[in-house]
Ligand binder design. Structure first.
Ligand SMILES: Cc1ncc(COP(=O)(O)O)c(C=O)c1O
Length: 462
């Protein structure tokens, strides 16, 4: 493998090792957050977090190593107590930071699902071996796919044309591949990706993979969506895949090694519109539902496949916060106290669908009042939270938006501000920078103004 190419990618700057920034922890009120109640878990106190912001800027994504490790260990033990053997893979789309993937791997996650060549390279940067990466990227260009296949990544056929393309890229060599099946949920929702089960398309494609060409079917994949509220949806996927695998074994003489039930396990955030105090169903309910669904199949196969989960959200949601600073205080027309902060829905797009807890980090318990937290963008929809019980804050006060680890950083966008830094806080309080804050230098490097349009010297920009 060409490790230099991998480290830098064909079109990016050389990989820079994370900067370690020692931060002495000082005294002050501890700030527990969801996911680490009662424990230290590397949670910096208010003073430590203020030091972090002084060092890396505000707003700031903060990844908490111990929360990630605990969440992963908990999820594994809940499911392994119901289903064995069980494989656990990480869906990198939820949060592709290499540090996240490396930590999950250290916590026993066996591989990563990626949806693009870009994410494939991030997984490799994280140290995930190529043969532990499931590469499902129907939109990816041939060179990206070819190099991943050459390294040993396992492709997933998600649309009928994928099969012909893989066959031609395989160049006559045998290639193990998965097949993603689109299974309609019990509530009628038809997931977007995969080859439809209804109408027999998935059966036809599987038959072709079994009996023609170099691409050999070794695993079946389906996913019921995201943030599921009904454990029956996961059980339904399990049943559909098991039926399909039994048909393959009985009618077609093809045994698959793996049934991947996908992601969709909920995190701990309530959805907007759910009653206050409502919490998503516990993971135990999902594990029990899968166990019940799988029980009749466990002995039905001559060679039973292994069940695998590929969650994203449930593993990473609680492990990351966004620290953000108050820039202005005001009253809304209805008298509600409102704080405008320096990070908005561009950094926490999930705030449109979920109620993120938002906590004041300064020891200022005075005058708690129902308040709104608004982002700095020029849109009405830039609201991080409403009806939050917050103390009286001033410009400069620091807030933590909790639970932004899933689809927060990964779906964030610059819009009108540079992207913030991301740091890792280890259980012992040590801090490592994962991603530096964007600077005007980055802007100069990325943007182009044609010579004839240049009114000022680009170099004079500060
Ligand atoms: C095929 C597949 N598997 C797993 C996931 C992860 O979903 P979640 O983050 O809800 O667990 C996704 C997310 O888009 C997906 O498309």
């Amino acid at each position: 493998m060409d490790s230099e190419r991998l480290r830098s990618g064909p079109d990016s700057r050389p990989y820079a090792a994370p900067v370690l920034c020692p931060l002495p922890l000082r005294g002050g009120a501890r700030v527990p957050g969801p996911g680490h109640e009662g424990g230290t878990h590397g949670a910096l106190d208010g003073t430590g977090l203020r030091d972090l912001v002084a060092c890396h800027g505000s707003p700031l994504y903060v990844l908490r190593e111990a929360v990630l490790a605990d969440t992963c260990g908990r999820l594994r033990s809940i499911f392994e107590s119901c289903v064995s053997p069980l494989g656990l893979r990480y869906s990198a789309v939820a949060n592709p930071l290499p540090a996240v993937q490396a930590m999950l791997r250290g916590a026993g996650v066996e591989g990563t699902l990626v949806g693009s060549g870009w994410h494939y390279r991030l997984a490799r940067l994280a140290g995930v071996p190529a043969d532990a990466i499931l590469f499902e990227a129907p939109g990816e260009a041939d060179p990206e796919l070819t190099s991943a296949l050459e390294e040993g990544a396992r492709p997933v056929v998600a649309t009928p044309p994928d099969l012909a393309r893989l066959a031609s890229l395989a160049g006559g060599r045998p290639l193990a591949a998965g097949l993603r099946i689109c299974v309609r949920r019990p509530d009628g929702v038809l997931p977007k990706s995969g080859v439809p089960l209804e109408g027999g398309e998935a059966h036809r494609l599987a038959r072709r993979m079994g009996h023609q060409g170099p691409v050999r079917l070794t695993s079946l994949h389906a996913s019921a969506g995201t943030s599921l509220r009904d454990p029956a949806a996961l059980a339904w996927v399990c049943t559909a895949l098991a039926d399909f695998a039994l048909w393959l074994e009985g009618d077609q003489g093809m045994a698959v090694d793996e049934l991947d039930l996908g992601g969709g396990l909920p995190g701990r955030l309530p959805l907007q519109g759910e009653p206050v105090g409502a919490t998503p169903p516990p993971l135990e309910d999902f594990a029990a539902a899968v166990e019940r669904a799988w029980r009749p199949y466990a002995r039905a196969f001559a060679r039973p496949p292994r069940l695998v989960l590929t969650p994203g959200r449930a593993l990473v949601e609680q492990a990351m916060d966004l620290l953000t600073s108050v820039v202005a205080c005001k009253r809304l027309a209805d008298g509600t106290r409102a704080y405008i902060v320096d990070g908005g829905v561009n950094l926490v797009p999930t705030a449109w669908w979920y109620r993120h807890p938002i906590e004041a980090l300064d020891p200022a318990p005075a005058s708690p009042e129902e308040s709104a937290v608004l982002g700095p963008l020029c849109m009405q929809i830039d609201v991080l939270g409403r009806r939050l019980r917050l103390p009286a804050l001033r410009p400069g006060s620091l807030l933590a938006v909790r639970g932004v680890g899933a689809y927060g950083l990964s779906q964030s966008m610059q819009f009108i501000y540079p992207r913030p830094a991301a740091v890792l806080v280890r259980a012992d309080g040590e801090v490592a920078e994962l991603r530096p804050r964007e600077t005007t230098g980055d802007l100069r490097e990325r943007e182009r103004v044609p010579e004839h349009l240049r009114a000022i010297s680009w170099e004079t920009l500060r």
